[in-house]
Design a binder for this molecule. Sequence first.
Ligand SMILES: *Cc1c(COP(=O)(O)O)cnc(C)c1O
Length: 399
Amino acid sequence: MEETLERKTYQVDPSGYYGSFGGAFIPEMLYPNVEELRENYLQIINDPSFQKSYNDLLRDYVGRPTPLYRANRLSEKYNTNIFLKREDLCHTGAHKVNNTIGQILMAQRLGKKRIVAETGAGQHGVATATVCALMNLECIVYMGELDIERQAPNVARMKMLGAEVRPATCGSRTLKDATNEAMRHWINNPVDTHYIIGSVVGPHPYPDMVARFQSIISEEIKWQLKAHTGKENPDYVLACVGGGSNAAGAFYHYLSDEDVKLVAVEAAGQGISSGHSAATTALGKPGVLHGSRTILMQTEDGQVVEPFSISAGLDYPGIGPQHAYLFDSGRGIFLSATDEEAIQAAFELTRLEGIIPALESSHALAVLGRLGATENETVVVNLSGRGDKDMATYMRYID
Ligand SMILES: *Cc1c(COP(=O)(O)O)cnc(C)c1O
């Protein structure tokens, strides 16, 4: 009884913090927009008619529930029981659409007419352009000029879906510059525009709102694992972490179940100490990034360090504030995998199970051999996306 009362939730507190991480560090000009969202988001999410629209779309449009698949040959290889949560089977090929569906419905309830978003490799841009087409809302996606050159197929997808792709031409012309431009656009259009952030980052309430929309992942894992094994709780839940939204969704309903080990896998790039890495918890320190206090890779004087990973979705210099707290409190186990290890894991899954994973998800698969999981234990890996978008990279390793 007492234990239940004291059970830690690891969820956001009423002032928008996870321990000492989180908050809303925003320019004064942005305050009314963020405040409008903060005042309304919980009431809207908990409204039964919102829930019905959200769940109907997840079922009929996204294709949920996604299967929980027992990977028999992979299990045999690692001498444990491995289940894959198949987010790769979602419409548009990854978990990101769970969030954009929720946020487009939120924007409608708030009476917004236009959507603005930032994108790095274009995956979040595509997921946002998709739901804007679905709901007939204007869509503006900011993307670094360099990324526009590198990610032509996703730029074409966004345009085909009717979005306007605007280049960010400042700085390194990548994701962080696109984020700055998107924020500027939102400041200048506060009344009719909603900003759809693509991960559990940004000022409160974004990290909590995005985690709630992604929490459908662990909600399904619980009943699906029970159907498979008779138990809701695995011994391990594994997920890759860029900003941390797929991990937040896979961990959500297990956060207070301390018997479940939550394993977050970051991208080590060419190696943690190579100078070309995105292993945020290994290399970073507390600071403020994109509106919240979190852990980020930075120089001595606090300048953001340009991250590196072979996978565009993990190429981010920070992590969401909830993950910073899971790391700091010891509730989460943070590991990393290099580019090379991720590529190997991708080929291993493909050859053993006939599933070509996204490069991001391959980072989670890459640590399976390091867990020390035994033959009686159960491991759930969140397979965040499929590998179609990564074929150009995989082809370099096929002769
Ligand atoms: C974007 C992306 C990620 C990383 O984003 P998170 O917010 O950390 O989940 C991981 N996997 C895939 C397939 C992605 O597209």
